[in-house]
Design a protein around this ligand. Structure first.
Ligand SMILES: Nc1ncnc2c1ncn2[C@@H]1O[C@H](COP(=O)(O)OP(=O)(O)OP(=O)(O)O)[C@@H](O)[C@H]1O
Length: 256
């Protein structure tokens, strides 16, 4: 289970001064659910996910993963999550098998248990034909599969996908979406962040629409359509963003 309450992150930036990248964001994700975080570039998605994965500390607010606080119990949180982004660095000289094995060992897995887990993961993700290929010679799609296997090796209950389909061809991207659906069937708690509306429509059980650090609305696709009286999801998305821009503009206007 993931609980996020009033999460806020500010950055000190030379150009912008004190900049609020994430502004009082709240949501929860249940086991067996795919929660979509949808927003344009700069909305704050990656910042939220980095806080959940304990890489960044929140400025205020709380996030709990499986009962553990991301700031106070970082090690407990890290052992319970798998994080997949589109730019995971891999060691060029390590093969697919060695890479995933290495991360399994880091998670303290025993050799016999790890061997079985690797066999099953390499089958599931169809990675056997490049088991012994070093990362330096892999295609983007192969590398992405290694990153997914690496995130899944310790069988975490929580999985976070940050723009994970970026740069993948349609076959590999579809395959990844199917892997995510299978993980939902297995009862995992999943967050999937993207700016691609179609992926969210096809995959996510509930969706949060994020813009300029704020969640503008959250719900199932049906609930969002009903609430905003708009069937076309793209129109709904742009409508919400424009309304938010107008409202922020008005507030700025008053202050000036
Ligand atoms: N280290 C940092 N210092 C200052 N500002 C930052 C820093 N990291 C991110 N930001 C700013 O915070 C805002 C949110 O960025 P974030 O990467 O979380 O958005 P995003 O929704 O993931 O966007 P994208 O899809 O482009 O990755 C942006 O305006 C970004 O410039």
């Amino acid at each position: 289970m993931i609980y996020v309450q009033d999460l806020t992150k500010t950055y000190e930036d030379l150009q912008r001064g004190r900049f609020v990248a994430v502004d009082r964001v709240s949501f929860h994700v249940a086991p067996g659910e795919i929660f979509g975080l949808l927003g344009p570039n700069g909305a704050g998605k990656t910042t939220v996910l980095r806080i959940l994965s304990t890489v960044l500390k929140p400025t205020s607010g709380t996030a709990r993963i499986h009962g553990y606080d991301v700031a106070a119990d970082a090690a407990d949180v890290r052992s319970r999550i798998g994080f997949v982004s589109n730019n995971t660095a891999l060691y060029d000289r390590m093969t697919a098998w060695e890479t995933v094995q290495y991360f399994g060992r880091l998670h303290g897995m025993r050799s016999d248990e790890l061997k079985d887990r690797l066999e099953s993961l390499f089958d599931q993700l169809r990675m056997n034909d490049f088991r012994d290929v070093p990362a330096g010679k892999m295609s983007t799609g192969m590398k992405q599969k290694v990153s997914i296997a690496r995130a899944l090796v310790h069988d975490p209950p929580i999985l976070i996908f940050d723009e994970a389909t970026l740069g993948l061809d349609v076959m590999v991207a579809r395959n990844l979406l199917q892997v995510i659906r299978n993980l939902r069937e297995a009862g995992k708690c999943l967050i999937f962040s993207t700016h691609i509306m179609r992926e969210v429509e096809r995959l996510c059980d509930r969706i949060a629409i994020m813009h300029r650090g704020r969640i503008l609305d959250t719900g199932t696709l049906e609930a969002l359509r009903e609430r905003h009286d708009e069937h076309d999801f793209e129109d709904l998305f742009f409508g919400l963003l424009s309304k938010h821009e107008e409202e922020s503009g008005e507030i700025l206007g008053v202050q000036e």
